[in-house]
Design a binder for this molecule. Structure first.
Ligand code: GLP
Length: 220
């Protein structure tokens, strides 16, 4: 794990990795996260005015809710990144109930770079504790902890969707390179458990110990 000075440095360090990837391979296939952590990364990428015209993106997960809702992950991505760069909307993929179709698209050509965040219970994407290490894209129930954590984006905890569609842990692990970003002291304990603890389905992020090309960046 690399500890960075502050949120700005976290955002720019991961932006450097994305920029290098897109310049090295204009036809890059990227997996992208949501949550509060990557907002600075997306701002940084917008500022860099890269050429996204050949890039294909796949989002990690979506809530089961109206995609036009202000708190949907589709809206989040448009607002923070897609509407501000020259990517083709048809190249921006989100999982939907047709999970097999999403899996087929992902399997077509390997993902070059997958950016992840981590939930306070060790979830990656919406793979909650107990998710199988070989899981694929599917509909999931959100844990009480995740509903509580994400209620800060909604008017009340009752407004948080209870279900989501997420790429699976097995799907994520097929990416050629994985970068996990974490921001804030409250993530440090779960990061330590995920990186140094036992590999267990109770801590979904611990699966990353088995990936041969993973980088973890943290700032408090
Ligand atoms: C959500 C997302 C995850 C993300 C997590 C952390 O639950 N599904 O992909 O990693 O939030 O969010 P934050 O960056 O706001 O801490």
């Amino acid at each position: 794990m690399k500890v960075l000075k502050n949120y700005k440095e976290l955002s720019s360090t991961v932006a450097d990795i994305v920029e290098y990837q897109i310049q090295d391979e204009p036809l890059s296939r990227l997996v992208l996260p949501t949550g509060s952590t990557p907002i600075g990364l997306y701002q940084e990428l917008v500022n860099r005015e890269l050429d996204w015209s050949h890039v294909i993106t796949f989002n990690l997960d979506v809530y089961i809710m109206n995609p036009n809702h202000p708190q949907s992950y589709q809206t989040f991505m448009k607002k923070n990144l897609f509407n501000r760069i020259n990517i083709y909307p048809s190249n921006c993929n989100f999982p939907d109930r047709n999970v097999e179709v999403y899996e087929q698209k992902l399997k077509g050509t390997p993902i070059d770079l997958c950016i992840l965040g981590i939930g306070s219970n060790g979830h990656i994407a919406f793979n909650e504790p107990g998710s199988k290490f070989d899981s694929r894209t599917r509909v999931v129930d959100l844990s009480e902890q995740t509903i509580e954590d994400n209620s800060r984006f909604f008017d009340s905890v009752d407004d948080v969707p209870k279900q989501a569609i997420t790429m699976g842990l097995g799907t994520i692990m097929e990416s050629k390179k994985i970068v996990l970003m974490a921001n804030g002291k409250h993530k440090l304990n779960i990061l330590n458990i995920a990186i140094n603890g036992e590999q267990t389905e109770s801590v979904p992020a611990s699966i990353l110990q088995s990936h041969k090309n993973v980088e973890i960046y943290y700032c408090d």
